[in-house]
Ligand binder design. Structure first.
Ligand SMILES: Nc1nc2c(ncn2[C@@H]2O[C@H](COP(=O)(O)OP(=O)(O)OP(=O)(O)O)[C@@H](O)[C@H]2O)c(=O)[nH]1
Ligand SMILES: [Mg+2]
Length: 323
């Protein structure tokens, strides 16, 4: 007998009526991957709802969580509900580096209009690059109109995760070379809004100048990322930041690029699902008893890699595809 409390469909329905504990359980299913996660993905996809999404990325300690905290307060003051996902690609554990955030976010803990969740990969096929868009879809499907995604770090995965949102905010600090580092990490291309947080420290002017110079050199486009200075700890510049985020969202909606971006994202996600599955099949086939010696044969020069690959593919074709 299936335990109804753990059944994805039951939990998803409860989450959709505002049950936050059920929502948390549904998101754990997404993290773990597997059959439950698939059931959840199907339900969420069917809802067709899409929240406005904002990604917040930048180097560790740049002040992303403090900014998120301030933005949540601002959004809640206007009565709108909001979901927050804190993603740490370097941590395999939920809540790894997020403990401090939890403490800070306590202020919102009793507010049912805010849903905060940290995420790690665990077992999800395709890792965070797929788990995050799926989690965003779940939050959208239960009716949250806004979702903020905080990503720690500046590697390839972070760039991927950050670009799973409509508006990407890149946070830098007034440190020598910080803007240049952000550029090197590929953050310049994905930024829709720049924030120089910790503007109470010296060097904000120089950082702004560096950013503006780099923006001058980037290819002309209809949207030039604005640069906002904030002091997240003191709450300065938060309204302006939110205004710029909103302005960007209006810009996307007005010229049709929101639809285009979302289409491209869905297409990319679909391809990533296919790739992840094929990758998994490759692993499985290479470990299959009948093909198990192939790798050794290649390594020991009894067989060339192409011939060996032909055999693997021939074996794969003889299998019935997964339902
Ligand atoms: N002086 C100053 N300190 C700040 C400001 N914003 C955040 N901080 C401090 O910077 C530290 C890091 O802030 P977080 O918000 O945790 O930064 P984060 O980017 O979320 O950090 P990770 O999630 O670990 O990457 C904390 O001690 C904050 O109090 C600011 O505007 N000025
Ligand atoms: Mg943080």
């Amino acid at each position: 007998m299936t335990d109804r409390r753990r059944d994805p469909t039951t939990l998803f329905s409860a989450a959709a009526t505002g049950d936050r504990r059920a929502l948390a359980k549904v998101l754990s299913m997404v993290e773990r991957g597997g059959a439950d996660s698939r059931a959840v993905a199907a339900l969420a996809y069917k809802s067709g709802l899409q929240a406005s999404t904002i990604g917040m990325t930048g180097a560790p300690g740049a002040g992303k969580s403090t900014l998120v905290d301030r933005l949540v307060a601002l959004v809640r003051a206007s009565g709108e509900e909001i979901g927050v996902l804190a993603v740490d690609p370097s941590s395999p554990f939920t809540g790894g580096a997020i403990l401090g955030d939890r403490v800070r976010m306590q202020e919102h803990a009793l507010d049912s209009g805010v849903f905060i969740r940290s995420m790690a990969t665990r077992g999800h096929l395709g890792g965070l690059a797929l788990a995050v868009p799926e989690a965003i879809r779940v939050l959208s499907a239960v009716g949250l109109p806004l979702v903020l995604v905080e990503t720690v770090g500046v590697g390839q995965v972070e760039v991927e995760v950050a670009s799973a949102t409509d508006t990407t905010v890149v946070v830098v600090n007034p440190r020598w070379g910080d803007a240049i580092q952000a550029n090197k990490a590929g953050l310049l291309e994905i930024a829709d809004v720049f924030v120089i947080n910790k503007a109470d420290n010296p060097g904000a002017r120089e950082t702004r100048r560096d950013l503006e110079q780099m923006l001058d050199l980037s290819p002309a486009s209809k949207w030039r990322p604005p640069v906002v200075e904030t002091v997240a700890t003191g709450g300065e510049g938060i309204e302006e930041l939110w205004e710029q985020v909103r302005r960007h969202q209006l810009h996307l909606a007005a010229d049709g690029s929101l639809e285009r971006r979302r289409r491209q994202r869905t297409e990319r996600e679909f391809r990533a699902v296919v790739s992840a599955r094929i990758e998994r099949d490759v692993e499985r086939l290479l470990q299959d008893a009948s093909l198990g010696t192939l790798t050794d044969d290649v390594v020991e020069h009894r067989l060339d890699p192409y011939e060996a690959a032909d055999r693997v593919l021939a074996a794969a074709r003889n299998e019935t595809p997964e339902q």
